[in-house]
Write a protein that binds this ligand. Structure first.
Ligand code: IPD
Length: 329
C-alpha cells in the first residue's frame, strides 16, 4: 500500500484540528483535576509498574476521547497512545501517518495538583516526528510545531510567539551556566537510583569544594513532564533536558517543537558518540524515537569561531562526559 503524501497545507490543517482537540482534552483534564483534588480518598489513582508509576481514570478517558476524534477525522492514520499501549495495543511503527499521544503527561503532577501537566499530541510520518501539539490547560500554554514551518507558544488568548523566545538565541559557554532538567523516573532500583543521584550530584556540585568532576550548573529542575521539558527547552527557559526511561508519546510532539525552535535532540550517550560526527546528526530516527534515552539542548547563538551546531555538540559532549550511563527499564 502506498503511503499518502502529506503536504505543508495538509499539515497546517492537521495542526488546526489537533490544537482544537488538545483544548477540548484540556477541559477534561481540568475537570479531572477538580474531581481528584476534591476527592476524600485517592481511589481514582491506580498504580501501573509500581507505586510511583501512576494512572488515573482521566488518563484513560482523555485518551479515549482523543483516539475517537482522531479516528473519525483521519480514519487511515494509525494511533499509538500511552494508555492503549498499557492495555496491550502495540502496533509496530510504519511509514504511515501515526498519531503518538500521551493524554496526560505529568500524571504525578496531575494527582498532586502541581500545575505542570499537559496533553502531548504528536504525528509521526515516514518514521519521523513531523508535527507536535503540547497543551498545558492549567497555565493555558499551547506549544505547536510543524516540521519545516517553525514552532510557537500561545499564552492564553495571545498571539502565537515564535520560538525560541530570545532572538537571536543566547550563547552557552558551558554547562556551568546551564539550567538543566532531569527526572527521577519510575525505576527506583538501587542501580538506577545510585547512578542518577551520582550524575545529578556531579552536575550540581562545586569542583572547588571537592566534588570530583563537578560542573556546578546554575541549577537542576524536575518539571515532572517530559513533554513540557522539551517545550521549555524549545522556549529557551531550560538549556538542556536529559532523560532515560520515557517513551515516544512523552517526547514525539516535543521533538518537533524543540527542533523547529533551533534545538537539537538526540539519544543516549552511545547514539551520540556513533552519530555526532555524521552529516545526519540531529535526525531523530526511529531508533532514537523509540530508544527511551533522550537529550535535547536549546538553540544556541553562534559565536566567532563556533557555529550553533558545534556549540550544541560541545554542550552534549560535556554533559555525557559528566553523567553515568543509565539503562531504560
Ligand atoms: C512521565 C513524565 C515524567 C517522566 C516519565 C514519564 P506520564 O509521563 O513525562 O516527567 O519522567 O518518564 O513517563 O506517566 O506522566 O505520562
Amino acid at each position: 500500500m502506498s503511503v499518502p503524501e502529506l503536504s505543508p497545507k495538509n499539515l497546517e490543517s492537521i495542526l488546526e484540528f489537533t490544537v482544537a482537540l488538545a483544548r477540548t482534552a484540556g477541559d477534561l483534564i481540568l475537570e479531572g483535576s477538580d474531581a481528584i483534588q476534591s476527592a476524600t480518598a485517592s481511589k481514582d489513582v491506580n498504580e501501573k509498574k509500581n507505586s510511583v508509576d501512576l494512572v488515573t481514570e482521566y488518563d484513560v478517558r482523555v485518551e479515549e476521547l482523543v483516539k475517537k476524534e482522531l479516528a473519525q477525522k483521519y480514519p487511515t492514520f494509525k494511533f499509538i497512545g500511552e494508555e492503549s499501549y498499557s492495555a496491550g495495543s502495540r502496533p509496530p511503527l510504519t511509514d504511515e501517518p501515526t498519531f503518538c499521544v500521551d493524554p496526560i503527561d505529568g500524571t504525578t503532577n496531575f494527582v498532586h495538583g502541581f500545575p505542570f501537566v499537559c496533553i502531548s499530541l504528536g504525528l509521526i510520518y515516514k518514521r519521523r516526528p513531523i508535527l507536535g501539539v503540547i497543551f498545558n490547560p492549567f497555565l493555558n500554554h499551547l506549544y505547536t510545531g510543524i516540521k519545516g514551518q517553525g514552532s510557537h507558544l500561545t499564552k492564553g488568548n495571545g498571539q502565537p510567539l515564535k520560538l525560541p523566545l530570545s532572538s537571536p538565541p543566547k550563547p552557552l559557554p558551558s554547562l556551568s551556566q546551564a539550567l538543566i532538567a532531569v527526572e527521577w523516573g519510575s525505576d527506583r532500583g538501587e542501580k538506577t537510583i545510585t547512578s542518577k543521584s551520582a550524575s545529578f550530584g556531579r552536575l550540581a556540585g562545586n569542583p572547588a569544594q571537592d566534588v570530583k568532576g563537578g560542573k556546578m550548573a546554575h541549577s537542576l529542575r524536575s518539571v515532572g513532564s517530559a513533554a513540557l521539558n522539551f517545550a521549555l527547552v524549545a522556549q529557551g527557559g531550560l538549556d538542556l533536558y536529559w532523560e532515560v526511561g520515557c517513551w515516544p508519546w512523552d517526547v514525539c510532539a516535543g521533538i518537533v517543537i524543540a527542533e523547529e525552535a533551533g534545538g537539537l535532540a538526540t539519544g543516549g550517550h552511545e547514539v551520540f558518540t556513533a552519530t555526532s560526527s555524521g552529516t545526519s546528526f540531529g535526525d531523530v530516527t526511529e531508533e532514537i524515537l523509540t530508544g527511551r534515552k533522550y537529550i535535547v539542548v536549546r538553540a544556541i547563538g553562534e559565536t566567532e569561531g563556533e557555529t550553533a551546531l558545534q556549540a550544541q555538540k560541545r554542550i552534549i559532549e560535556e554533559f555525557y562526559s559528566s553523567v553515568e550511563d543509565v539503562d531504560a527499564n
